[in-house]
Design a binder for this molecule. Structure first.
Ligand code: NAD
Length: 332
């Protein structure tokens, strides 16, 4: 039985604690959070578990084999490398880190280790996103030519921790949500992005030093062209999902977020939408099981450190293009 610890008990950490605790494949042995009140809340709910104020104290425990890292983005590089060097298998919440340079240092540490490392790009485990991948790969809409990926939602800055509203600390909606969009596009298209032209800025909340709006045109090595359209608005209507156009059809999926918008997957042909049946699941449970499979079977995790790095490579190109107003060609 693998002993697991969850590091960071803010907005998302408690859901991972519940997932680990409910798993019959592992034991939840420790949790950490810098804020005592958050720690106390979790320890009251899971009395068998040990609590620490600093994640590094958990890494000192030889009986912990795997950690789920749910720390702020400004701590991702440091915590990921500390955990890998301590010999722990790691599931690190997305994004891998704040820049390609940081991601590369994590990837180097992973390459020198014997641990399994995966990035929590949870949307691989969303039924609609996974169904879209299966449909695209099956050729049902022919060869994919282009796509439009959108995410419109409220920013609600008053509900966010301060670090999320400061790009220097890893805040901004490109690192929060844009990375989800880039992740699913890279996965769906199965090719790398070679050029980006983007707008990226904070026109909605100019008083907040982090992006709230971005639009990007991505060109992939296999010829596919895709736009990302992303806004965290003051007021508006939620829309969340993507459309892909192929040589013999149209695929659309919409994800549940907030109270508005459609939810489902459809294939469009001859001016008719055919709904695609999708199963319900718990994406955090499926993601955690995939991580455990990689540890137990000694296989490469479904979402690798290299994939996490590629996501940030595209994100950084979007930021650079937004700053300069020019197309950024991604050199490798
Ligand atoms: N996959 C998803 O859909 C999804 C959803 C939400 C958040 N996330 C990701 O989860 C991560 C955490 O986000 P969040 O919204 O929970 O942030 P958060 O700020 O609410 O939580 C982070 C926690 O880390 C704690 N912390 C800071 N320094 C620490 C230290 N040295 N030791 C121990 N604890 C420390 C903080 O006290 C805080 O409670 C981010 O990477 C975020 O992008 C992913």
């Amino acid at each position: 039985m693998i002993n697991v610890a969850v590091l960071g008990l803010g907005r998302v950490g408690p859901s991972h604690v519940r997932t680990v605790h409910r798993s019959s494949r592992v034991s939840l042995v420790a949790v950490a959070d810098a804020e005592q009140a958050k720690l106390d809340r979790i320890l009251a709910e899971y009395p068998g578990c040990a609590g620490y104020n600093d994640y590094r104290a958990v890494l000192d425990r030889a009986d912990v084999q795997a950690v789920v890292i749910c720390l702020p983005h400004w701590l991702h590089e440091r915590a990921a490398i500390d955990a890998v060097k301590a010999g722990k298998h790691v599931l690190l919440e997305k994004p891998l880190a704040n820049s390609v340079e940081e991601c590369q240092r994590i990837a180097d540490a992973v390459a020198k280790s014997n641990v399994k490392f995966t990035v929590g790009h949870t949307q691989h485990f969303y039924p609609a996103v996974a169904a879209a991948k299966r449909i695209l790969d099956s050729g049902q809409i022919g060869r994919t030519i282009m796509g439009i990926d959108t995410w419109y939602k409220p920013l609600e800055p008053e509900k966010r921790p301060a670090w999320m509203l400061d790009r220097k600390l890893g805040g901004g909606m490109m690192l929060m949500d844009g990375v989800h969009m880039i992740d699913r596009l890279l996965w769906h298209i199965g090719s790398r992005v070679n050029s980006v032209k983007a707008y990226n800025g904070n026109p909605i909340y100019p008083e907040i030093p982090a992006d709230d709006t971005a639009m990007a045109f991505l060109q992939f090595d296999n010829g596919v062209a895709i736009t990302i359209s992303r806004i965290a608005y003051r007021t508006g209507i939620t829309q969340y999902g993507a459309d892909y156009f192929g040589t013999s059809g149209h695929l659309k999926y919409r994800l549940p977020y907030g109270r508005h918008g459609e939810n489902g997957v459809w294939i469009g042909k001859n001016e008719e939408w055919e709904p695609v049946e999708i199963a319900k699941n718990d994406s955090l449970v499926d993601q955690f099981n995939a991580f455990l499979d990689a540890i137990e079977n000694n296989t490469e995790p479904a979402v690798s450190v290299q994939h996490g790095l590629e996501v940030i490579r595209v994100m950084e190109a979007i930021e650079r293009s937004g700053e300069t107003g020019r197309e950024v060609v991604i050199e490798r």
